[in-house]
Design a binder for this molecule. Structure first.
Ligand code: GAL
Length: 377
């Protein structure tokens, strides 16, 4: 199924890895629907790897782990749906998943039908244990075709880590999103690495969103078997991480434990004006502006939005505060008789009309997000 805007939801992997069960999924669905996250747009509840029995059943079908999911997957899906949410699951294009559970290679059609019969709305599809005889486009097209014929609308979320020139061929597979990077960790250097790998390689792939991996906002160094929660990040870094993902129209999939989310993280994740930029239906690609007068490691991402305004995300990756400026001429404004009406999207504040230039002093690892509308003087 095509998604018109980047999918938003929650995924079990970042915090819980293999420690997942029915109770967690049910409590997560409850939390999303009570704490404002569902209302803000987070609708997919996605179970990642480690949900299955270690081997297929005697009929060759995937089977839910009986200890973890004693009532089976349909029961969990029905509960998630009863909350007005959507249900996501995980499989892999190879013979085993990345955590060594059965994969879908050679079983794509029966697995797609089974996911449909359980009520799955979204399938994350990983990239481990691939047979040598098949290349990645073929492996992802196989599941894409099976999903397109399984009798249910299922969002196909390719998780292929940005290898094999994925952006060249992924939109031939039926995927709605594609992972464009390796796995994220909850620390500034990881967010920085992912952002830096993406900002110079921004591409709008038709019908397929660039997935920069699950959000770490709110993890605060918890869970993830230690290695994903790699020390945690500061609130400023979480805010910057969220603004980067939104400016780049990445899916927004929360990886923290939403049952125990701190209030600052909840506010970052539910910032309606930042989410509106992520979800803009114009689907234009962002571009990067590096102004000569600005400090090294500062830059502005600009994205044309469907109402004709321009979103400006200013970022400071340095360890000291920095002044970041954008000349409106560089965004396309006429130098004669035009200005920008500026709205601070992070703080929901109108800043009035600005001529020629927008500047902000940005704290270390910080960001500013503006929505600018051209006006005649
Ligand atoms: C990785 C993937 C992670 C997670 C993990 C599960 O390949 O990038 O997001 O799904 O596998 O084993």
């Amino acid at each position: 199924m095509k998604e018109i805007t980047p999918p938003m939801g929650w995924n079990s992997w970042n915090t819980f890895t293999d420690k997942i069960d029915e109770k967690l999924v049910i409590e997560t669905a409850d939390a999303l629907s009570h704490n404002g996250l569902a209302e803000a747009g987070y609708k997919y509840v996605i179970i990642d790897d480690c949900w299955a029995e270690k081997e297929r059943d005697k009929n060759g079908m995937l089977a839910a782990d009986k200890q973890k999911f004693p009532h089976g997957m349909k029961y969990v899906a029905d509960y998630v749906h009863s909350k007005g949410l959507k249900f996501g699951m995980y499989s892999c294009c190879g013979t085993r998943t990345c955590a060594n559970y059965p994969g879908s290679f050679g079983h794509e059609w029966e697995d797609a039908k089974q996911f449909a019969s359980w009520g799955v709305d979204y399938l994350k599809y990983d990239n481990c244990f691939k047979p040598n005889c098949a290349d990645d486009p073929l492996l992802y097209r196989r599941m894409g075709l099976a999903l397109a014929n399984c009798g249910r609308d299922i969002v196909f979320a390719a998780c292929q880590w940005g290898t094999e020139n994925v952006s060249d061929w992924i939109s031939t597979t039926g995927a709605a999103t594609y992972r464009s990077t390796g796995d994220i960790k909850d620390c500034w250097s990881s967010v920085l690495g992912i952002a830096n790998s993406q900002i110079e390689a921004l591409s709008a792939t038709p019908n397929c969103f660039n997935d920069m991996d699950m959000l770490v906002v709110g993890m605060h160094g918890n869970g993830g078997n230690g290695y994903i929660a790699a020390g945690g990040s500061t609130d400023t870094e979480y805010e910057t991480h969220f603004a980067l993902w939104a400016m780049m129209a990445s899916p927004l999939i929360i990886g923290a434990d939403v049952r125990h989310l701190d209030e600052v993280s909840r506010c970052i994740l539910t910032n309606s004006e930042v989410i509106a930029i992520d979800q803009d239906e114009g689907r234009y690609a962002p571009y990067v502006l590096r102004c000569a007068s600005n400090l090294h490691n500062t830059f502005t991402l600009v994205r044309l939005l469907s109402d004709g305004s321009a979103a400006l995300g200013m970022f400071n990756f340095n360890d000291t505060a920095a002044l970041v400026s954008v000349n409106f001429f560089d965004v396309g404004l006429s130098v004669r008789g035009m200005s920008m009406r500026v709205r601070d999207a992070l703080h929901h504040e109108d800043l009035g009309v600005r001529r020629e230039l927008l500047s902000a002093t940005i704290e270390p690892h910080g960001s500013a997000v503006y929505r600018c509308t051209a006006v005649n003087d």
